[in-house]
Ligand binder design. Structure first.
Ligand code: DX5
Ligand code: ZN
Length: 233
């Protein structure tokens, strides 16, 4: 488990509750944390920016007391700005908005930090990594989407490994996390870890085979991803 306020580039595994039992988020979160999760990744979808709907700030508030580690909220919504305050009040440590979510992402990032959260910037697979250049001093995390956002269980897009490497160069010494989201498993994790990523989101690869009643597979899955990534870092 890690502290949202300390920065390092060690590998952090962030299970996405998109792959958990939606009727039982509290216990699912407690189970993956007990099994070694470093952060909890919370996917918010609006059926407009992405073709799927999950939940909003009220669910985030409800699950917050179950998260001992870091609450990493990934907003796949447009517009973002009217909802930032609500997600900050819900207790998000990181609030990540998509660069593609509107014309004023600079303002959005300012508003996230202004609300007291750490600011994340997510890039869809087609977005050039150079687009982050004038935003790097305003972010605490950049999320490279290695699938098209909207659904769990999709295939990892390999072109994003080179993009991750370029992002690592652009970041230089700045204390900015590189997060990878989509299709992360023990086979793909080493590719992005070698390219410079430190936060690995994984939904299906963490929750497969386990349950609240039988949480040991969660631990095995997390350990397998971590081991593969650490060996490549
Ligand atoms: C996709 C979400 C991801 C997704 C990851 O839109 O942002 O967090 O749940 O799921 P897997 O690991 O199954 O690709
Ligand atoms: Zn996500």
């Amino acid at each position: 488990m890690s502290n949202p306020n300390s920065f390092d580039r060690s590998i952090k595994i962030a299970p996405s509750i998109l792959a958990a039992d939606f009727a039982n988020f509290g216990q699912e979160i407690e189970a993956v944390e007990a099994q070694g999760a470093d952060w909890i990744h919370v996917d918010v979808m609006d059926g407009h920016f992405v073709p799927n709907i999950t939940f909003g700030p009220q669910t985030c508030s409800a699950i917050r007391p179950h998260i001992k580690s870091v609450m990493d909220v990934h907003l796949m919504i447009a517009p973002v700005d009217p909802y930032i305050e609500a997600f900050a009040e819900a207790g998000a440590n990181f609030i990540t908005a998509h660069l593609e979510s509107g014309p004023h992402i600079h303002r959005t990032l300012q508003a996230i930090r202004g609300a007291g959260a750490k600011a994340g910037l997510a890039l869809n697979p087609a977005t050039p990594v150079e687009d982050v250049a004038y935003l790097l001093d305003m972010v605490d995390l950049v999320c490279i989407m290695t699938v098209n956002p909207g659904f769990g269980g999709q295939k990892f897009i390999h072109s994003q490994v080179e993009k991750t490497r370029k992002l690592r160069d652009l970041i230089g010494d700045r204390p900015i996390h590189i997060e990878i989201d989509g299709g992360v498993d023990p086979t793909t994790a080493p590719l992005v870890a070698a390219a410079g990523a430190d936060v690995l989101v994984a939904g299906s690869a963490v929750f497969k085979g386990g349950s609240v009643q039988n949480p040991a597979p969660y631990g095995d899955n997390i350990a397998a991803i971590r081991k593969a990534a650490q060996a490549a870092q």
